[in-house]
Design a protein around this ligand. Sequence first.
Ligand code: SF4
Length: 332
Amino acid sequence: MIEKIVEKSLNDKELSEKEIKDLFKVPVFSKQSSLLLWAARKKSAQVSNGFAEVHAQIGLNITPCPQNCLFCSFAARNKVFTDSFELSIDDAVFQARQFEAEKANAIYLMTTANYSFEKFIETSKEIRRALKRDTVLVANIGDFTLVQAQELKHVGFSGIYHAVRLGENHDTCILVEKRLETMRNAQEAGLLVGTCVEPVGIEHSIDELVEKTIITRDIKPVYSGAARRILIPGTKLAKYDIVSESKMALILAIVRLSLSSTVKGNCTHEPNVVGACAGANLLWAEVGSNPRDIIKDTEKKRGMSVQDCISILKEAEWSVLDGPSQLYATSL
Ligand code: SF4
């Protein structure tokens, strides 16, 4: 049965909800799981012509966020950060140039959900001006309106990263519909959307993994994938063990197989070799603030560098794209 579903996916036929559920029931380290890892890697390499990408994110600010996502170190109720901090425009520009020099395929600007949109636009304009014309910029911010999406496009963003997270509206104060509306606004404004099944915890049911996988498929993103939740000490969700990289590799492989070949990217976070072997062709480097970290400069703790990500992809036998992201390829 699993063989038939794999064949269907490799022939680029849409999998049913039940078929995706059957894939999620496959145990890790089984004969069938090996088949899923093989097939996902094959599909991933085929659709991306064998190239993987490294995107690099600059976290612009830290402030207690009222959206209170339980998995995020910025959530006010998690009390990890009680003070606010903002990267200066000069430092943000310096870091963006640095990422460009290190050959990141795309540069993301990330803020907490309650960061001023006007300030974000102001900073983004400066960064856009400082970068080469074909350097790809991606916004990773809170929910926004259609008019704001048009403004992001006008400033020179190619796309956004956004997701309906696991536990949305249960572990967060945001409605699923709000997240979906933001992605529709972005697409209507001509921005491409990257997304992911995240943050995966051991308590999430197969039904929820299936539901979120299908949501990422319905969005028609440029990439999906899977990322695990990082344990933030002292918070409510810290009682759960972290999902192993081996299990995550299987999950991201299933997400890859559940999406059509028009979706070229399959991401995982945090970067790891086993995930890249299983078909993840997009990894992230990070500097500045990071919702999975407990210090303000993540490059000193959890955040990996562009070179770290390139090395991981090479260990997994990927060729790394040299040049602007093909996932977010669009005419500016
Ligand atoms: S994930 Fe985003 S919306 Fe949620 S608490 Fe963190 S910054 Fe706020």
